[in-house]
Design a protein around this ligand. Structure first.
Ligand SMILES: C[S@@+](CC[C@H](N)C(=O)[O-])C[C@H]1O[C@@H](n2cnc3c(N)ncnc32)[C@H](O)[C@@H]1O
Length: 265
């Protein structure tokens, strides 16, 4: 993991070299449409309030959970206690990124969504509430955290989320066997080179030209930058969008030669 100063330096470089977040100078119709209708959509959608109110409650919740630490990889390194408040503060994606995921689901209407890394269920709640007809399958290794996410989804009355408890390594292949195709995936856990490459390769088996893969924290560490670079260059990938905290991978045929966009967000 990079130090804070290094990330700030990288962010400053990104900010000043990225294309305008208003779409100026972007010639690809798909990317221009993404920027104007998804990235810049400032509307307040009605599910936002309930999810953020739940997040507020979680941030105050001192309940301790025994959790297996999956952070550094697939092997459980240790079990420790963490409060729900601390998990909500450190693991859940912030409002801005969650709302972007919401808008992507709202705009592109993916039917089958797979998330790697449920945590307390905030980002999955955003995606599920953006399209009640979508099926959101989300995987979490820490069983007590997965149980808390299930409760949170019940509070929000979301019936289109399938929470799967187990390691990504064990559960992802089984899930992919069961789905016909994958419309959207959000990879938000185990940010290391080899696992990220493996998840990508597995997700590819069910990707279609319309699929969208979203990777979290692509500039978090040398390993993640390497993983992002390898994924961007994969033969089947036709375009990528670097939003600094998230990276988006596309397979759409309209990008005749591979294109890499860096857009301010
Ligand atoms: C950053 S959090 C996910 C946050 C969530 N997407 C949100 O924004 O609300 C990542 C989660 O992935 C889980 N995780 C990490 N590596 C894993 C693995 N190999 N298998 C299963 N779960 C894993 C961790 O336990 C953690 O809860």
């Amino acid at each position: 993991m990079y130090g804070r100063l290094q990330v700030v330096k990288k962010y400053v470089h990104y900010y000043f070299t990225a294309a305008s977040g208003k779409g100026h100078g972007i010639h690809s119709p798909f990317i221009y449409d993404f920027v104007t209708n998804v990235l810049c959509d400032r509307r307040q959608f009605y599910p936002y309030e309930a999810i953020e109110s739940l997040r507020e409650d979680l941030l105050k919740d001192k309940t301790l959970l025994d959790i297996e630490d999956f952070g550094a990889g697939s092997a459980i390194r240790s079990t420790k206690q963490r409060s729900i408040a601390s998990i909500a503060r450190n693991a859940a994606k912030n409002k801005k990124l969650c709302r972007l995921l919401f808008r992507m689901v709202h705009y592109y209407q993916p039917q089958t969504i797979v998330e790697l890394g449920t945590s307390l269920g905030i980002s999955s709640a955003y995606m599920a509430s953006a399209n009640q007809a979508a099926n959101v399958i989300t995987i979490e290794g820490a069983s007590s955290v997965a149980a808390a996410a299930k409760r949170n989804h019940e509070i929000l009355q979301l019936n289109n989320i399938q929470g799967i408890t187990g390691k990504f390594e064990d559960k992802l292949p089984l899930i992919l066997q069961q789905v016909e195709k994958l419309d959207l995936a959000f990879v938000d856990g185990n940010h290391r080179l080899q696992p990220t490459k493996n998840y990508f390769e597995q997700l590819l088996t069910k990707a279609t030209p319309q699929s969208i893969l979203v990777f979290d924290d692509i500039h978090w560490s040398k390993e993640m930058e390497e993983a992002w670079r390898i994924i961007q260059q994969h033969d089947r990938v036709t375009a990528s969008i670097d939003l600094f905290f998230l990276g988006i991978i596309l397979f759409r045929p309209e990008f005749r030669s591979k294109q890499q966009f860096t857009i301010r967000f």
